[in-house]
Design a protein around this ligand. Structure first.
Ligand code: ADP
Ligand code: MG
Length: 263
């Protein structure tokens, strides 16, 4: 324990060390380490195929990898994805995924219901407990949608029937549940226009105020440079640079990695 503190990483809510991901002969990620604190936004940038999404897959244990992950100084390297979510480490994906036949509100209730769940025995023998918990979950879901700026006119619609920008916010709301400690967001602004992006930025800054540790993979440089506290740049699986947005923007290695590529 003391060794960890001596290394000065005691404030890190989430810390990854020496992550390496290999798909057959391809090394998608090589020896990548970073950490993020509560109330901090860490940006991850890099060209397509750099290994960014693989990094999230490694952190959430959905892909075989080498290296370690610490959540609040506990080693969660072997913890299953579902259990990581229960501990407050959650992620969104590059592409939206919802229950298509459930409404926006029902999707949100499903996402948070774990936190209000009643055992099967209790729901049979004490039905009132289930109804109380269902009411609480519905209320919490509405509040969550409100926090993520999803207007009530969309709550009873199917996710496929709401505008794309609102779908992206819904992905965020579902990942956050009733409160995540660390959120990994994979290109949350993908496909968003200017107005939606502004709204997204405001929500991300709100989450930071709520002391969530945010790690955001993002291609939109304006967005990530304006909200991130620190940036990690990955290129061809390797961490090429790390620093404040200003440091990253003036780093010749970063410029070189982006220039002359079809990004
Ligand atoms: N499941 C997989 N199987 C094999 N190769 C993969 C798989 N996922 C990603 N890759 C490859 O690994 C590299 C990194 O991919 P990825 O992590 O998705 O990069 P990024 O998110 O930065 O675009 C790419 O060359 C990609 O083609
Ligand atoms: Mg990706």
């Amino acid at each position: 324990m003391s060794e960890k503190f001596n290394r000065g990483a005691e404030r890190a809510l989430l810390r990854v060390e020496h992550l390496t991901v290999q798909y057959g002969a391809l090394v998608a990620l090589r020896d990548v380490s970073w950490s993020v604190s509560a109330g901090e936004i860490l940006g991850i940038i890099g060209p397509n195929g750099a290994g960014k999404s693989s990094c999230f897959a490694a952190v959430t244990n959905t892909v075989a990898h080498v290296g370690q992950t610490f959540l609040e100084d506990s080693d969660v390297s072997q913890t299953r994805t579902y259990d990581l979510a229960s501990l407050g480490l959650r992620r969104t994906f590059q592409h939206n995924s919802f229950f298509g036949e459930l409404t926006v509100l029902q999707n949100t209730i499903a996402a948070i219901s774990r936190e209000f769940s009643v055992s099967l025995a209790a729901s049979i023998f004490l039905p009132w407990r289930e109804s109380v918990s269902r009411r609480q979950a519905t209320q919490a879901a509405s509040q969550s949608l409100e926090f993520f700026s999803i207007a009530s006119q969309y709550h009873d619609k199917l996710p496929g029937d709401i505008p794309y920008g609102v779908q992206r916010l819904l992905s965020l709301a579902l990942a956050y549940g009733t409160g995540a400690k660390a959120l990994l967001l994979d290109e949350p602004a993908a496909g968003l226009g200017g107005g939606d992006m502004k709204q997204l930025a405001q929500i991300l800054v709100e989450l930071r105020k709520r002391k969530v540790a945010l790690v955001i993979i993002e291609h939109h440089m304006d967005l990530i440079m304006s909200i991130a506290d620190r940036i990690v740049m990955i290129d061809q699986g390797v961490m090429l640079a790390t620093g404040t947005p200003a440091e990253i923007q003036s780093d010749p290695k970063v410029r070189e990695a982006y220039l002359g590529r079809d990004e």
